[in-house]
Ligand binder design. Structure first.
Ligand code: XMP
Length: 515
């Protein structure tokens, strides 16, 4: 990267969103904890700093502050909420508790010319307790709201700005425009972070790292590993060896989809391992969700290791780590959350497997990964596919996993998905787009009657959710007639199933997957 915007994270839940909005303006940025080492940040050739919001008050003991090198750099600064208060505090202004907390939508009026917010009325999202009482020398107030006489402040000469609201969130409709003005007009960054430039840069990085040596990759059929594989192939061609493990826990047609996408380019360098028996044997009698995850993770590693040995154990391994994983793992406070599920990502291998990792997607958000995938010519169905858990159908086949039960589940899932597709409900342009939809096979038998015969068979649960980020989710309001059609097809076409139910729980309190 020749230039970057640096976002310092003061603990806001929206920090990643700031980074995404800046990237949407096609400007490269990176997010760091506020106290990250200066050398690391200055090495990126910063063109400006954005200071995030945060939960504390600037006067609290141990409250984060703006490191000296930021102020000494003379570069443009935009402080958001806590960032604005920290800027005020650092430069000799005064911050005080607001008379009333301001949380939710507000209207900010700007009345004087300034480079950040041209005069006008802006719908914004506020979320703060403290506010600016007196500004540091050199600043003028250029925007106010009902509760914040200083909602926007600006020192145009030194290119320092503060906004009390959150321009990064959805609820500030013109926020993206404000951030774009800061990074492009004020900091002078060129909007050159495009899928093509990302591809070029990552190809060079991969070539530099691996030289002429062979490189291994585990393709899972998921978006990240597919894009990483396509990118690596573009960079090193024949040096790449891709291993795809059929665990038997895949959805209908998944193995063929991967073969279709990669066989033409990789040829014999795409190794498809049929490990269905091995996985089934390892899972025999197991019903506990976490134990299923553990067994699948371990079995996958053993299978992959064996393949790696057979091809001479290359030194390098491509891994589809993406930026949110990197940011999460460097923010210790966020990692304290209770573990609800062990997210073993099949295809994501542990570091003790002693490969040198090549991570071409390390700096990309999911939407950028997809854009790169499209630019690389991967099939749309692959690039836009729904998230699929690493342990696959194992955590959707409740109870003991057997080959016939997996077959029934696969068939029910394929009916559900194809009917949703036919009804246009998976169309990604829809605002009420379904984020994930799948069938779950329940180890519960109930009585039914089919053609005058008593049946005593298992039930399928249908799960369809809408979500922004998969951290919370709501159940999708599917039309009754469509549900009727799906249920009818499943009980008629899927062996061993005589009842269909629809899951109407949100997350929380439920999770998206049933296990
Ligand atoms: P939950 O069920 O926790 O799922 O609400 C949130 C998202 O994560 C996916 N998921 C997994 N992904 N390994 C994964 O790689 C797993 O073990 C796993 N469990 C859940 C789930 O599909 C949803 O998108």
């Amino acid at each position: 990267m020749s230039e970057a915007i640096i976002i310092l994270d003061f603990g806001s839940q929206y920090s990643q969103l700031i980074a995404r909005r800046v990237r949407e303006a096609q400007v490269y940025c990176e997010l760091f904890p506020w106290d990250a080492p200066a050398e690391k940040i200055l090495a990126l050739n910063p063109k400006g700093f954005i200071l995030s919001g945060g939960p504390l008050s600037v006067y609290e003991p141990g409250a984060p502050y703006i490191p000296d090198y930021v102020l000494e750099s003379g570069l443009p600064i935009l402080g958001i909420c806590y960032g604005m208060q920290a800027l005020t505090h650092a430069l000799g202004g005064k911050v005080a508790a607001a008379v009333s907390r301001e949380y939710g939508p507000a209207l900010v009026e700007t009345n004087s010319e300034n480079p950040l917010l041209p005069p006008g009325s802006y719908a914004v999202w506020m979320s703060h307790g403290d506010r600016i009482e007196s500004m540091p020398a050199g600043f003028e107030a250029v925007g106010f709201s009902a509760n914040s006489p200083i909602a926007v402040m600006c020192d145009a000469q030194h290119k320092r700005f503060g906004v009390q609201f959150h321009p990064e969130v959805h609820h500030t409709p013109r926020g993206k425009e404000i951030l774009q003005r800061f990074v492009v007009d004020i900091c002078g960054c060129s909007p050159s972070w495009t899928p093509e430039s990302i591809i070029q840069q990552e190809m060079e990085r991969i070539r530099r790292q691996v030289g002429q040596e062979p490189v291994l990759v585990a393709v899972s059929g998921g978006v990240d590993s597919s894009v990483a594989t396509a990118l690596a192939y573009r960079a090193v061609g024949e040096q790449l060896i891709a291993v795809f493990v059929d665990t038997g826990m895949l959805r209908q047609g998944e193995r063929q989809q991967v073969e279709t996408a990669f066989r033409a380019s990789l040829g014999a360098h795409l190794i498809v391992v049929d490990a269905r028996e091995t996985f089934l044997n390892a899972l025999k009698g197991v019903t506990d969700p976490e134990q299923k995850r553990r067994i699948i993770g371990e079995t996958f590693i053993r299978t992959f290791e064996e393949q790696a040995r057979q091809v001479g154990k290359p030194r390098f391994l491509i891994q589809g780590t993406i930026y949110p994983d990197v940011v999460e793992s460097s923010a210790p406070d966020r990692a304290k959350a209770q573990r609800i599920k062990t997210h073993h990502n099949v295809g994501g291998l542990p570091s003790d497997l002693s490969f040198e990792l090549v991570e071409p997607l390390r700096y990309l958000f999911k939407d950028e990964v997809r854009a790169v995938g499209e630019a690389l010519g991967l099939p749309t169905a692959l690039v836009w596919r729904q998230p699929f858990p690493g342990p696959g159908l194992a955590v959707r086949c409740l109870g003991e996993i057997t080959a016939p039960r997996l077959d029934s589940l696969r068939a029910a899932d394929a009916i559900f998905t194809s009917e949703l597709e036919r009804a246009g409900l998976l169309d990604r342009a829809r605002s009420d787009r379904i984020g994930q939809a799948f069938a779950v096979l329940l180890p519960v038998r109930s009585v039914g009657v089919m053609g005058d015969q008593r049946t005593y068979q298992e039930a399928v649960a249908l799960r369809a959710i809408t979500t922004e980020d998969y951290m919370t989710a709501d159940w999708a309001r599917l039309p009754y007639d469509l549900l009727a059609q799906i249920a009818n097809r499943i009980v008629n076409e899927v062996p061993g199933v005589n009842r269909v139910v629809f899951d109407v729980t949100s997350k929380p309190p439920a999770t998206i997957e049933w296990e």
